[in-house]
Ligand binder design. Structure first.
Ligand code: PMT
Length: 405
C-alpha cells in the first residue's frame, strides 16, 4: 500500500532512538511524508541531521526556533499531521502529556494537535510497571490516545522483560492498516432503483401521469452509490440532476420502465421501487392530436403491468423493496402490498402528510419488513432518510461486505 499520509514522529530520549531512525526511514519508503520533532534528551542519542536525511525534511527541537516566519512552528506541525507517533515514548513524555504539561517542542505539539496520537513506549521493565506510569498510560488511553505496546526481550539496561520499542516494521504495518480504505457495505453489489412518475400517452401532445418529482428515488440512488453499490437508476421524466456515480436509464412509460428494470433484474442484489408507476394507461394511443368537440369525452384506460409484483413472482436472490403511497390505512395497506408483491421491505408514506409525499424535500415514512419490522421515521430530508433506510435494510438482511455475504 502507498502511504500517502503526513506523519509526524516525535522522538524522545531513550536508547531506542536508533530504532526511530529506522521507523522514519521505513515510513518514508512506504510513501509517507514524514517530519520529526525531537526532545533535547533524544538528541543525546542521535543528531537531528540523521533524521533530516531519513525524512528529507527539517527537524524541529527548539520551540523558539521559528524556521518559517509566516507560521508558528509547533502549531503548524500539529495541524499538518494526519498521524502523530511518539517513538520511543519515555515515561517522562507520557507523564507530561497525561498531566497537560507542555514545556518543549514535542509536548507543545502533542498538546496542540487534533490528529490521532500513538505512543510507542520504550523503557526499563520496572519503569514500565511503575504504578505512576501505569496510571498515566491508563489516563491517556481513556483520553483517546493509542498505545503500541512494547515487546519483551533483552533491554539495553541489562534487564529481560517488557520495555523494548516495537519493531519499526511492525509499527509501519499498524500505520498502513489504520489508513487502509474501509470497504463500503454495498461494494460489489448492484442496486437497481426506480424514480419519478411514468407518463402514459393519450395522443402526441397529452399524457396521464402523477405528481412524483423523483426526489425520493434519486436520494435512494445517491445513498446507494455512496454506500459503494453499482447503482442503476431507472428514471421517469423528472427535472433532477444525475446523481454522482449512478448510471441513469431514462424511460417514459410504465411499459418502458418494466422493460428497463427487467433487463437489469437478473444480477441485481437489491431492487428499490420508489417510482410512482401509473396503474392505468390509455387503452388506445391516438396517433393524431384528439380534436376538441362539444360534450364530454371518455378515455378508456387499461391496466399497466404491476412491475413490482412481476419481479416478486420472478424473485431468486434479489432483495425487493417497494414504496407504498397511501392516503389512508397506511400501515395495513403497506403490509398487504408487502405480502401480495412478495417483497422483503416496503416503505410506506402517507402522501397527504404536509411534510412528506410527492414533490416535497422531506418525507415521513415507516419501514415495514417481511420479518415484522415496523420502524417509523420522523420528518426529515429525503436524502437523510435514504441513507437511514438503506442502512437499516443492510443491517436487517446482513448483506454486503460488512457481513461477507
Ligand atoms: O418522487 P417524489 O416527489 O419524491 O415522491 C416520492 C413518492 C411519494 C413517489 C415515493 O415516496 C413513493 O411512495 N413511491 C411509490 C409510489 C407508488 O406507486 O406507490 P403504490 O403504492 O401505488 O405502489 C406500490 C409499489 O409498487 C411501488 O414500489 C411502485 O413502484 C410499484 N408499482 C406500482 C404500480 C405498477 N404498475 N408497478 C409497480 O412496480
Amino acid at each position: 500500500m502507498y502511504l500517502n499520509k503526513k506523519i509526524l514522529v516525535c522522538v524522545t530520549g531513550g536508547i531506542a532512538v536508533y530504532k526511530a531512525v529506522a521507523l522514519v526511514s521505513k515510513l518514508s519508503q512506504a510513501g509517507a511524508d514524514v517530519k520529526v520533532v525531537m526532545t533535547e534528551s533524544a538528541m543525546e542519542f542521535v543528531t537531528p541531521l540523521t533524521f533530516q536525511a531519513m525524512s528529507r525534511n527539517d527537524v524541529f527541537f527548539d520551540t523558539f526556533d521559528e524556521k518559517d516566519s509566516r507560521v508558528i512552528a509547533h502549531i503548524d506541525l500539529a495541524d499538518w499531521a494526519d498521524l502523530v507517533i511518539v517513538a520511543p515514548a519515555t515515561a517522562n513524555v507520557i507523564g507530561k502529556v497525561a498531566n497537560g504539561i507542555s514545556d518543549d517542542m514535542v509536548t507543545t505539539v502533542l498538546l496542540a494537535t487534533t490528529a490521532e496520537v500513538w505512543f510507542a513506549p520504550a523503557m526499563n521493565v520496572n519503569m514500565y510497571e511503575n504504578k505512576a506510569v501505569i496510571r498515566n498510560i491508563a489516563s491517556l488511553a481513556e483520553d483517546g490516545y493509542r498505545f503500541i505496546e512494547p515487546s519483551e526481550g533483552f533491554l539495553a539496561c541489562g534487564y529481560v522483560g517488557k520495555g523494548r520499542l516495537e519493531e519499526p516494521e511492525k509499527i509501519v504495518e499498524l500505520v498502513e492498516k489504520a489508513f487502509e480504505p474501509k470497504e463500503l457495505p454495498l461494494a460489489g453489489k448492484k442496486v437497481v432503483i426506480t424514480a419519478g412518475p411514468t407518463r402514459e400517452r393519450i395522443d402526441p401532445v397529452r399524457y396521464v401521469s402523477n405528481f412524483s418529482s423523483g426526489k425520493m428515488g434519486y436520494a435512494m440512488a445517491e445513498a446507494a452509490a455512496q454506500l459503494g453499490a453499482e447503482t442503476v437508476l431507472v428514471s421517469g421524466p423528472v427535472g433532477l440532476d444525475k446523481p454522482v456515480g449512478v448510471k441513469v436509464i431514462n424511460i417514459e412509460s410504465a411499459a418502458e420502465m418494466f422493460a428497463a428494470v427487467s433487463a437489469q433484474y437478473e444480477d441485481a442484489a437489491i431492487v428499490i421501487k420508489a417510482a410512482a408507476v401509473a396503474d392505468y394507461r390509455p387503452a388506445e394511443i391516438h396517433t393524431q392530436k384528439i380534436k376538441k368537440s362539444d360534450g364530454e369525452s371518455v378515455i378508456n384506460l387499461a391496466r399497466t403491468t404491476d412491475i413490482l409484483q412481476t419481479l416478486g413472482e420472478r424473485k431468486e436472490n434479489q432483495l425487493l423493496v417497494g414504496f407504498a403511497a397511501e392516503t389512508e390505512n397506511v400501515i395495513e395497506n403497506g403490509l398487504s402490498k408487502l405480502k401480495t408483491k412478495n417483497l422483503d421491505f416496503i416503505i410506506v408514506n402517507d402522501v397527504t402528510d404536509p411534510d412528506g409525499g410527492f414533490g416535497n424535500e422531506t418525507n415521513v415514512v415507516t419501514l415495514l419488513s417481511k420479518n415484522g419490522t415496523n420502524k417509523p421515521y420522523p420528518a426529515m430530508s429525503k436524502k437523510d432518510l435514504a441513507t437511514l433506510l438503506l442502512t437499516a435494510i443492510i443491517e436487517e438482511e446482513r448483506i454486503g461486505s460488512t457481513y461477507d455475504r
